[in-house]
Design a protein around this ligand. Structure first.
Ligand SMILES: [Zn+2]
Ligand SMILES: [Zn+2]
Length: 340
């Protein structure tokens, strides 16, 4: 049903691409992260709750939407979107053609996230799964504990009038942190300018989040000494940071699970908080789909595919993407925050 082409995954019976990385005629999009939603295609289709975020990322795009769980027929294929639990509006795509059912997961997680609908397992014959953290070392703690740690670190820094700079992705992670903190914020929260537009999209969608103000040009030093500042990783080491003398810095990412990465990147703190499935969640989810064939993509796809073939007896394969390696979690955002 799906073939790999130079532009990305292509569904011939439906005449559309899935998350293509080159401009195509019709693009079906799982979510608005930059490694999944590229500009230049003729028409886009996404899940209805993902529209505003996608439009913000691709201002010129012609976007059609479909509510979660409703299906349409494109060419000879029945297409529907189902929550992926990754970011606001993120979706798995279910494709049905001649009795054969595929589900393309996009990025997903199984932890609760107040900013988006929970992942819904869908039965299928072939499951295309992400594998960003497809190694047994990747296990996540409950996010409530991680948020407690963040609040404790912020409190400690505040006692010494040190700003707390928490680097995180501008789309999804920043808003999830604000939502999880919610009413527990006991000090000022400030946002790097790159975070603001997307955070506004989330607020407009009715997501309850802790109040947070944009850092304006003249704001520096004492004005931010007690703040929790959310900023994209691309701001690290730039002149922008001079407004935050003696800041303690931290990174919120699944990558922070690995001590060597924490040390190598020399953050004061690493908070293990990911919008991707951890190892156990990948295995549980794959089992829940009932799929006999699993195609892995993103990150540790080979390791996951090998495990599933050897330990679970599944028919497996790997789908390469234009964003190989650790795309997504490691990708450095540009100054305007346009890249995840
Ligand atoms: Zn993503
Ligand atoms: Zn991704």
């Amino acid at each position: 049903m799906i073939a790999q082409t130079s532009a990305g995954l292509y569904c011939e019976a439906g005449g559309f691409h899935l998350d293509p990385w080159q401009p195509v005629e019709r693009a079906v999009i799982t979510h608005a992260h930059a490694d999944h939603a590229r500009p230049g295609s003729g028409a886009y289709l996404c899940a209805a709750p993902g529209r505003a975020v996608l439009q913000r990322r691709l201002p010129d795009a012609r976007i059609d939407t479909l509510p979660y769980g409703e299906s349409i027929t494109i060419g000879d294929v029945r297409v529907s979107f189902h929550p992926a639990g990754h970011i606001l509006g993120s979706a798995q795509v279910r494709l049905e053609h001649g009795g054969d059912v595929w589900v393309v997961s996009g990025d997903y997680k199984r932890q609760a996230d107040p900013t988006c609908e929970p992942f819904e397992p869908i039965r299928c014959h072939t499951f295309v799964t992400e594998a960003t953290f497809g190694l047994p070392i990747y296990t996540w703690d409950p996010s409530a504990l991680v948020i407690e740690d963040i609040l404790g670190w912020w409190r400690g820094n505040r006692e010494h009038d040190r700003p707390s700079v928490l680097f995180c992705y501008v789309l999804g992670k920043a808003q999830r942190i604000l939502a999880e903190i919610g009413e527990r914020a006991d000090g000022p929260i400030h946002l790097h300018g790159a975070m603001c537009a997307l955070t506004d999209v989330y607020r407009d969608a009715g997501i309850a989040m802790a109040p947070a103000d944009r850092i304006t040009e003249g704001m520096r030093g004492k004005a931010l000494a007690r703040s929790l500042v959310l900023a994209p990783l691309s701001a690290r080491g730039t002149p922008w940071m001079r407004r935050l003398p003696h800041a303690s810095d931290a990174f919120a990412s699944g990558l922070m699970r690995v001590r060597g990465v924490r040390r190598q990147r020399a953050f004061d703190r690493g908070f293990v908080l990911s919008d991707h499935a951890d190892w156990g969640a990948l295995l549980d989810t794959i089992a829940a789909t009932g799929a006999s064939r699993v195609l892995a993509t993103h990150g540790w796809s080979e390791a996951l595919a090998r495990y599933l073939a050897e330990q679970r007896g599944l028919d497996t394969g790997i789908l390469r993407t234009a964003f190989e390696g650790e795309a997504g979690e490691l990708a450095t955002p540009s100054a305007d925050g346009s890249v995840e």
